[in-house]
Design a protein around this ligand. Structure first.
Ligand code: GLN
Length: 488
């Protein structure tokens, strides 16, 4: 049962072939079997899951099911869930139980989903391998004995979905945290347009970049999730008054004489990527050409400076957002000799190394001596990148680029902070520009591991991004059924 996609499961639930309770039990059993080994959940919620499933079954029986009724999902442990501990994978929030529900998780409740648990991640979503988690890193189910990373920061969700410990799940993407982990686990991960999904109740990292989005095994499934989670929210001042409603299966945007111009970013041609990535990228472009796509070169002149701009802006916003963890209102508190000493002791004990590094960098770039030369300069680069994307979209409808340079690396890879940051080269520019980007499987590398490519669109062109991603998914045709990946 755990090989079903959302689309397939909904059909079987509607026809009565399976019940939501049976489906949920199948996942709970599998979580019991592999949850500890994969370390993809920080908190499991089997009781909540079974009561959600019973409610879904009652609605099916009454003939009035909700859009995603009975679909068992994993929620990244960055979304506040009422009465369920929400840690952000930090010692600081290890025992934090919110009194409120985030907008995104509430929307999933309203759509009838079943909550299996809170998925592991990098501490406060800062990282690329989910190794900065206070609870240890989740494992990639592909070639499981090799102990590869499931990516980060949404690596708990990708580990869970790829291994069949959830049918799908949520992530957040500040600089690539949905797309990179999805790419290296053979999944579809969509960073929607900034503002499409509410950030309210989602633990803040860098507020002008943070973007909730779906992680699933197919593009249609991702579209179904996005339909549930998108929508205007008066509680988030940057929430857009535009919804997203997908009818699946998604309509093709190519074939039958349809025309589409696809841009390739020339600046990325000089970036070193694996020979597998090159081969698969070119193969998928040839496939799209064969059904009528026109390929054009586009230039985003400052795109290689996106990393530098991101690693100034994101830490700057983080240093401000994380100032709230002072031991006074919620989270960890380590008492000191006086107020200042309590702040110091609490923050030194509560935050891990990477989070402390970001706060120090962020505080430095915002200081009066550095503000003009670093922060303002980064803000200008950001504006130029967004403008360049706008001009590029006068020459093409959508843009394609790799999701990463190569496939999943071992968790024990010894990388410096700067080497980790460099892995975000292909993803951060879209966050700076606020535009939608979806990572979709491109095929398998020679070593048998999956690779992804991104479809990038104009602001609020999320639907077409997914539609083109679906063509790529069909051409790539990778088998990402959990029992196939895990071999058990
Ligand atoms: N890897 C990037 C970082 O460490 C992106 C993280 C994210 O998107 N949350 O900041």
């Amino acid at each position: 049962m755990i090989d079903l996609t959302i689309t397939q499961a909904l059909e079987k639930l509607k026809s009565g072939e399976i019940s939501a309770t049976e489906l949920t039990r199948a996942y709970i059993n599998r979580i019991e079997k592999y949850g500890a080994e994969l370390n993809c959940y920080i908190t499991q919620t089997p009781e909540r899951a079974l009561s959600d499933a019973a409610a879904a079954d009652a609605r099916y029986a009454a003939g009035n099911p909700l859009p995603l009724d009975g679909i068992p999902i994993a929620m990244k442990d960055l979304f506040a869930t009422r009465g369920i501990r929400t840690t952000a994978a930090s010692h600081m929030l290890e025992n934090f139980v919110p009194q409120y529900e985030s907008t995104v998780s509430q929307k999933f409740i309203d759509a009838g989903t079943v909550l299996l648990g809170k998925a592991n991640l990098d501490e406060f979503a800062m990282g690329t391998f989910s190794k900065t988690s206070f609870f240890g890193a989740p494992i990639n189910p592909w070639q499981i004995s090799r102990k590869l990373t499931a990516g980060g920061s949404s690596g708990g969700t990708t580990s869970a979905v790829a291994s069949g410990l959830a049918i799908a799940g949520t992530g957040t993407d500040t600089g690539g945290s949905i797309r990179f982990p999805s790419a290296i686990t053979g999944l579809v991960g969509m960073k929607p347009t900034y503002g499409l999904c509410s950030r309210w109740g989602c633990v803040a990292f860098a507020s002008s970049l943070d973007t909730p989005g779906p992680i699933a095994r197919t593009v249609d499934d991702a579209a179904l999730l996005l339909s549930a989670m998108a929508g205007h929210d008066p509680k988030d001042s940057t929430s857009a008054d535009v919804g997203f409603h997908a009818h699946t299966p998604l309509e093709p945007v190519l074939g039958d004489g349809k025309k589409l111009r696809i841009g390739i970013i020339t600046e990325f041609n000089d970036v070193e990527i694996s020979s597998d990535m090159k081969r698969l990228f070119n193969a998928r472009i040839a496939d799209l050409k064969s059904i009528g796509a026109e390929i054009v070169d586009v230039s985003i002149p400052n795109i290689l400076d996106a990393l530098a701009a991101y690693y100034i802006i994101a830490p700057a916003e983080a240093s401000s957002n994380l100032a709230r963890y002072d031991g006074m209102r919620y989270g960890l508190r380590v008492d000191g000799n006086d107020l200042i000493d309590t702040y110091k002791k609490t923050r030194a004990a509560g935050f891990g190394t990477e989070v402390q590094r970001r706060m120090i960098v962020g505080t430095a770039v915002l200081s009066s001596e550095s503000y003009e030369v670093y922060f303002m300069q980064a803000a200008r680069v950001r504006r130029m990148i967004a403008d360049s994307f706008n001009s590029a979209f006068n020459q093409c409808d959508l843009i394609l680029c790799p999701s990463s340079a190569g496939s999943a690396m071992p968790l024990d890879s010894d990388l410096s902070p700067l080497e980790y940051y460099a892995l975000d080269l292909f993803t951060v520019a879209m966050n700076l520009a606020g535009i939608p980007a979806c990572s979709v499987p491109a095929g398998l590398a020679e070593n048998g591991l999956p690779l992804g490519i991104q479809v990038v669109g104009r602001r609020f062109d999320d639907m077409r991004v997914l539609q083109l991603a679906k063509h790529i998914e069909q051409f790539a045709g990778i088998d990402n059924r959990p029992t196939k990946i895990m071999g058990k």
